[in-house]
Design a protein around this ligand. Structure first.
Ligand SMILES: C[S@@+](CC[C@H](N)C(=O)[O-])C[C@H]1O[C@@H](n2cnc3c(N)ncnc32)[C@H](O)[C@@H]1O
Length: 206
């Protein structure tokens, strides 16, 4: 979903927020200098494992009730995807136990990291997805903070809300504000499209 090349992963990468996904575990296994941030990392890993199991069930029910909102070419159906997500959550739990320092408990818009601490910041299913509870100012503050810690680039995906609605006013507003800051902000097509209509990511560079 982030259209990543090997070159993109050659430097430090921050998954923000990482949640219970296996991105950092998988990237570390491939030798990438990856880490993740999420407020839930303040919780003990055993509690998180329980929470992730509950979220898997909620996710299965959500996708089953709205299955036409997704493309099932890759994942088959909500059952198959729930099994894959369970495997991803298990990989996260195991890796968080193995390399706890790779998981930083923090909340946007404040990341406890130096300016330019990583090369690339990836952010999925938080901004835009949670547009019902994060206003334009919260989006802008979070994006500026991610730009502060990224030496090279920030990528955000998807650019729809959780129900699959496009957010043109929010997107154009934050892009315009970031361009006024001198940021090269562009919307780029990606091949990956699970949530229907989620065929674009936001790429930011200073
Ligand atoms: C839907 S999950 C996405 C996680 C991961 N990126 C993925 O795609 O699987 C949203 C995450 O946002 C985290 N979150 C909530 N408030 C946050 C904040 N203020 N700053 C950073 N992350 C936050 C939640 O804890 C949750 O793990």
């Amino acid at each position: 979903m982030f259209a990543l090349s090997d070159a993109d992963l050659a430097g430090g990468v921050l998954d923000c927020p990482g949640g219970g996904s296996s991105f950092t575990a998988t990237a570390r296994a491939a030798g990438v200098d990856a880490r993740a941030v999420d407020p839930v990392y303040a919780r003990p890993v055993a509690d998180l494992a329980v929470q992730l199991r509950e979220e898997l069930e909620r996710g299965r029910a959500w996708m089953t009730a709205r299955s036409e909102a997704y493309r099932w070419d890759d994942h088959g159906d909500p059952e198959v995807l729930t099994h894959r997500r369970a495997a991803s959550a298990a990989a996260f739990v195991a890796h968080r136990r193995a390399e706890p320092d790779r998981y930083v408990a923090a909340s946007l818009p404040h990341l406890p990291m130096a300016d330019g601490a990583v090369d690339l910041v990836l952010s999925s299913h938080f901004l835009f997805t949670y547009a019902d509870r994060l206003d334009a100012a919260a989006h802008l503050a979070a994006l500026r903070e991610m730009l502060r810690v990224a030496r090279r680039q920030v990528r955000v995906y998807p650019l729809l809300d959780a129900s699959g609605h496009a957010l043109p006013d929010l997107l154009q507003g934050v892009v315009a504000d970031l361009r006024r800051d001198g940021v090269d902000a562009r919307v780029q097509a990606v091949a990956h499209e699970f949530q229907r209509g989620a065929g674009h990511l936001l790429v930011l560079e200073r």
